[in-house]
Structures are given as C-alpha cells and as structure tokens.
Ligand binder design. Sequence first.
Ligand code: FMN
Length: 178
Amino acid sequence: MEARDSCQGQHLSATPVQSPIAGAELRAAFGRYPTGVTIVTCRCPDTDYFIGITANSFTSVSLDPPIVSWNLGSNAQSRSAFSNASEFAIHVLSAEQQELARRFATRGAPKFDGVILDSETPPLLNQFLVRYVCRKAQQITIGDHEVFFGQVIRLDTAAHAPLMFVNSQFVDGGMLTQ
Ligand SMILES: Cc1cc2nc3c(=O)[nH]c(=O)nc-3n(C[C@H](O)[C@H](O)[C@H](O)COP(=O)(O)O)c2cc1C
C-alpha cells in the first residue's frame, strides 16, 4: 500500500489479535503495566456520606486546561455517588499508604475510620504524595467502565516516595526517588 503524504514512518501489517480474548488473560496483561496508586474521593451529594475508592487508572490528560482522568467499574457501589458529584479529589499515594490502599479497595470496609481530613467536600485526605481537587469536566460510559475527566482546581504536593502497583502487587517506589 502507498504511504499517504501525511503518513510518515514504517508501515506494519497488523498482527491479528486472538479473538475473543479471555478476560483473565486481558486482566493479567493490563496488570503488567506498572502504575502509581490513588484514592479518589467525593462527597455523596446532599448527604453526610464520604465516598472513596482505590484506583490505579489515573492518567494526566491535558496541561492547558489542566485535565486528569480516572476510570470506575460500572458495578462499583460508589458509581452513583461519583456520577452525581460535581467535584472529586484524587490522592496519589505514598509508599507508606499501602494499608490504606487495601482498605479503600475493599467494598463495605469502614474506609474513612481514623483518616484525618483537611476538608469535607470533597473529602481531602491529609496524607498524600500529590492531591488534585477536581471539578468534573466530563463523564463518559465506555465498555464496562465510567471515565471521569476532571479539571484540576487545586494542587498540593508532599515529599514522599510513591506507592506503585504491578502484577497485582504493591511495590515501594522509594528506589525511583533516591
Ligand atoms: C491497586 C488497585 C487499583 C484499583 N484501581 C481501580 C480503578 O482504577 N477503577 C476501579 O473501578 N476499581 C479499581 N480498583 C478496585 C476498587 O478499589 C474496588 O473494587 C472498590 O472497592 C470499588 O469501590 P466500591 O466499594 O464503591 O464498590 C482497584 C483496586 C486496587 C487494589
């Protein structure tokens, strides 16, 4: 096939992927991609309930305007709260927060017990590596997830080593910051 003027680079014929791809195989493949770990929180609108989940789907999207995104499984208990909240906070976790990451990944756990908050709407955890306060910019449903895009309206950072996650294991990212 002739390269179009606008298409630079080497043409590769795509290798067909096996279809259908087994869910377990896909999950394992996704899990090989090392990520940081976040806790995303919101205040359930018009109630006193704090909502939070552990998420490693956080991604930076745009610098100007400052936009970030994260994904929520469609069958998460917190789906309607996040869908109805106009603001959420994303806390990038430090290596010392592994226990908190496990707790916020456990449905029905008393997630906020003993957690110190700097503010309640949205709930801002007092401990973090980076903390983004976001106004929801857009939400889309795709596949079995909701994707939330947030415009960053406040940013806080602290000096810690990052918590990381790969192959279903938490990893202390301290060696990356020495
Ligand atoms: C390291 C890690 C990362 C996770 N990332 C996500 C994620 O990005 N999106 C998601 O929906 N669930 C993710 N989960 C699972 C949720 O934290 C867990 O299912 C949570 O309890 C769902 O919230 P719920 O209590 O509202 O149902 C992750 C779990 C772990 C341990």
